[in-house]
Design a protein around this ligand. Structure first.
Ligand code: AMP
Length: 287
């Protein structure tokens, strides 16, 4: 597989995309912050099924990190990413610098959601989704893709992006990709790199608790508070639970009764690293 070209300007990626679209080819975009793992590469695989050419963006977006979060230490390795992406069939990598994306520093115009941000991560990462929606809108404006693929690992992000596209008539098809896990159940994440072997073992508590929820569902349990309690139970000095929620998959509102597809979601700090995970009840994940 020839190496994917790495380009850094909006003009270049837009020209690339327009050439393909004019030739009648469907263009897919896979937005990432890099430090690629199998979860990212599964999005590329889906993108390849959905489109003729695939662009991946790699950009650690300062706008979505809060003060005290890990923007500076976020893992970065462009050479390794370029190789992995090429091998997975990415045709071009859009890797803009901060100045290219935010030439005026702080933009005047942002995209933010009035609903869907007071639950889950939105409650604890103020401004995070405004940063995410703004950068994704910018990437959509630069790449002009027909279709874009996002992982269900970041479930709230996926829902908000679907809403943005609908509410702003962006005309881009959004595909939600299944959550990819390590063999023992840990949700794959670039941030897993931060975990010491001991913390890595503690981190398993998240997926284990979600598996318990999946079992409870299979055994006929429907009381959402009991699912919440099963998730919250993993709270310990090693695994500090930030939220343990059971929400509607479309509105993200808390539910009192679990249904097929209801989302059980958890966030916790493990040895200083913030991890998130979720499962859709009744799905094949963790079943
Ligand atoms: P990130 O680089 O963490 O911003 O993630 C880029 C994209 O990959 C997002 O759409 C994520 O939801 C998706 N992603 C990250 N980890 C996983 C995973 N374990 N399984 C599926 N998708 C993932």
């Amino acid at each position: 597989m020839p190496d994917a070209r790495v380009i850094g300007t909006v003009e270049e990626i837009r020209n690339w995309s327009r050439v393909h679209r004019r030739a009648g080819r469907r263009v897919a975009l896979v937005p990432t912050m890099g430090y690629l793992h199998q979860g990212h590469l599964s999005l590329v695989e889906l993108a390849r099924e959905q489109a003729d050419v695939v662009a991946m963006s790699i950009f650690v977006n300062p706008l979505q990190f809060g003060p005290g979060e890990d923007f500076d230490s976020y893992p970065r390795d462009l050479d390794r990413d370029a190789q992995l992406a090429s091998d997975a069939g990415v045709d071009i990598i859009f890797h803009p610098g901060r100045e290219e994306m935010y030439p005026d520093g702080e933009p005047w115009v942002f995209v933010s959601a009035d609903q869907g941000t007071d639950a889950l991560c939105g409650r604890f990462r103020l401004g995070h989704f405004r940063g995410v929606l703004t950068v994704v809108a910018k990437l959509f404006g630069a790449v002009e893709p027909d279709v874009a693929v996002f992982g269900r690992k970041d479930y709230q992000q996926l829902v908000l992006i679907e809403r943005m596209v609908r509410d702003l008539n962006m005309g881009i098809e959004i595909i939600g990709a299944p959550l990819v896990r390590e063999e023992d159940g840990l949700a794959m994440s670039s941030r897993n790199k931060y975990l010491s072997p001991e913390a890595r073992r503690s981190a398993l508590a998240l997926s284990t608790a979600l598996r318990t929820c999946q079992r409870m569902w299979q055994m006929g349990q429907r009381d959402a508070d009991l699912f919440r309690a099963a998730l919250a139970e993993i709270d310990s000095p090693e695994v500090r639970v930030q939220y343990a929620e059971v929400v509607d998959p479309v509105t993200l509102a808390s539910v009192s009764e679990a249904d097929q597809g209801t989302i059980c979601a958890i966030a916790a700090h493990v040895d200083g690293t913030r991890l998130i995970d979720n499962v859709a009840l009744g799905s094949a994940d963790l079943a």
